[in-house]
Design a protein around this ligand. Sequence first.
Ligand code: PMP
Length: 451
Amino acid sequence: MTPQPNPQVGAAVKAADRAHVFHSWSAQELIDPLAVAGAEGSYFWDYDGNRYLDFTSGLVYTNIGYQHPKVVAAIQEQAATMTTFAPAFAVEARSEAARLIAERTPGDLDKIFFTNGGADAVEHATRMARLHTGRPKVLAAYRSYHGGTQQAINLTGDPRRWASDTGTAGVVHFWAPYLYRSRFYAETEQQECERALQHLEDTIVFEGPQTVAAIILETVPGTAGIMIPPPGYLAGVRALCDKYGIVFVLDEVMAGFGRTGEWFAADLFDVVPDLMTFAKGVNSGYVPLGGVAISGQIAETFAKRPYPGGLTYSGHPLACAAAVATINVMAEEGVVEHAANLGAQVIEPGLRAIAERHPSVGEVRGVGMFWALELVKDRETREPLVPYNATGEANAPMAAFGAAAKKNGLWPFINMNRTHVVPPCNVTETEAKEGLAALDAALSVADEHVR
Ligand code: PMP
């Protein structure tokens, strides 16, 4: 139900926002946030009557779209019966959410520690790894994003780390595979895989294996560019962790819950980590929730010895009720299979056809509902369309592309020189094609910057 446009209300919402809301990751006076009036399914709209197809799924979390009636009803019902209850108690919504998640996580990741989101899941996963091993260091990839809290931002490799990096002791970065811009002079996936694994093993050996508690990786790095790891890489990391007694943490905050066309991206590669973080898609972000799925061996460490950590809202009943409903909707409506099929049959061929028409598209990569287009000035040299970490004028070509997409009714995900195609996992074929057409048209703006 699209309400009637009401620019006056929109202006008031915007004025209060500008006066009092302090926005994340932003220079407060240089931003111009859209006042959003409503959202449903794959769309949202503003107070002026403009409607946008959301190819960002919010922050890549509305995996079943906005306002799914079954999830809204479950939240309402939970609110009517038990809005909240402290984490030390067994509560139906919480235990059912944990059961449904554990049923789907790979291997023996059968115990669930609930958090309020992804960053705190990463905080706790690394704490568990350090306590389990008694070692201080965590190895993380440069091209990664693990969250905005202190430890998580320091583990993060992308430029958002710079401004808040206090150089947390015990964080060591390494290069993970990225064939398009290979750090290893690789020309094939196999070379990239072998050399990245050798580089990681060298890092472990030179850091001192006895000091390395954990290796954390996004199963498929999301914010940093949706780089699908080459075949054998994650299995190779698993083997290195086993060889040196290191805890393997996979961060599935973005890649989990259907995004890649599997319940978890780890399933694509047949790997089982020791700890796996999740958030976002677990309940489509309707109420904040995240967590860590814990292996039997690590759970055992804390069987008789208390785990020193917790959160007031851990496993909040409203959030867990939303998770139960979301997981059930995904199962009943075949959302995971839909994401795999639509990705392979519509999104991938659509993006490849777009790449043929637009010289600004340097590479298309992805899987399921998790795709990136890397925009370049020159396909031969692969020079990015905008410089690394561009802001202001330097970012103008990407900003112009974004504005063109919005004019075409498409809300695009833009990060550096990339646009990600990450619609809800239950986006319909018609919607997906509509979005691809809008993207196609907007890319002509990017083409103007090609040499
Ligand atoms: N890990 C990954 C892989 C993420 O993509 C994100 C969020 N984009 C986080 C952690 C942090 O999650 P949150 O913002 O919920 O703290």
